[in-house]
Unconditional design. Structure first.
Length: 131
């Protein structure tokens, strides 16, 4: 419990010291295509390795392309504890700033066999790129 509380306190303090991640211009944040190239999922897998997160699904989609703009959307489903999932969201916002989180849907399910409650999150991320 104390470890989770310390991690949440650390994330809260970062929010006060660092700039708002939503202020990043998605066209100039990085310049690389992270979603389409697979760099996004590789970074997520490396980050999830240190915590007790499991990646269940990753589906990148080309959502829109016209007038020199390309919009890639990625659907990511992870499972684990609340604090590791929130830490992953923080990692995406701060370290992968050109990828914007557009939705995070948390669900808890009870496993029939063991009776354990499992928390999962479906995270939708978009990256806008100038062609």
């Amino acid at each position: 419990y104390r470890k989770d509380a310390a991690e949440l306190a650390r994330l809260r303090s970062l929010g006060n010291k660092a700039g708002d991640p939503r202020e990043v211009d998605p066209f100039t944040a990085d310049g690389r295509e992270l979603v389409a190239s697979g760099e996004f999922i590789n970074a997520i897998a490396m980050e999830a390795q240190g915590s007790k997160l499991a990646i269940y699904k990753y589906i990148p989609h080309l959502t829109h392309e016209s007038n020199g703009i390309k919009v890639m959307t990625a659907e990511l489903v992870v499972s684990g504890g609340y604090v590791p999932i929130v830490s992953l969201l923080d990692f995406i916002e701060r370290e992968l700033a050109s990828c914007m989180i557009i939705s995070a849907d948390f669900r808890s399910t009870k496993e029939r066999r063991t009776g354990d409650i499992k928390l999962s999150a479906t995270i939708l991320v978009q990256q806008i790129k100038k062609l």
